[in-house]
Design a protein around this ligand. Structure first.
Ligand SMILES: [Zn+2]
Length: 132
């Protein structure tokens, strides 16, 4: 997580100063909700499940980190609105070199596929979500 916290996109926010509390839940099958963040408590949760790929875990982790950075924006769709999408897109570019995607929704999966395709540094990043 330290590498992601150090991304330029997070430079002016709380992630640069301290590490959020991360909980990894385990589920026997893929849950509807693969992760969540509680900005007011500066914590996040990611769910591990059978068949989860590195790209899935990395997408969820970065998505939830962006929630901690953006918080509740004063705009339509406060949690997943324009600010969130723009910030997530920038973070994906800085973290994984994914610059050609701006998904219209924020459901998990689109970026996971892209991360899987790039396989950039997956070897060492794969351990980040669950080793922290
Ligand atoms: Zn979200």
């Amino acid at each position: 997580m330290s590498r992601l916290r150090a991304l330029p996109v997070f430079a002016d926010g709380p992630l640069r100063r301290r590490q959020p509390e991360l909980k990894v839940r385990r589920s026997r099958k893929r849950p509807n909700r693969v992760g969540f963040a509680v900005p007011s408590e500066f914590r996040l949760s990611v769910t591990d499940y059978p068949g989860i790929r590195g790209g899935d875990a990395l997408e969820v982790l970065l998505h939830e980190l962006v929630h901690l950075h953006v918080g509740r924006a004063a705009e339509a769709h406060a949690w997943h609105g324009r600010t969130f999408k723009r910030t997530l897109a920038r973070a994906m570019g800085e973290a994984y070199g994914i610059t050609d995607l701006l998904p219209s929704n924020t459901l998990h999966g689109t970026y996971a596929e892209a991360i899987e395709r790039t396989r950039v540094g997956i070897g060492d990043q794969l351990t980040i979500p669950f080793a922290a």
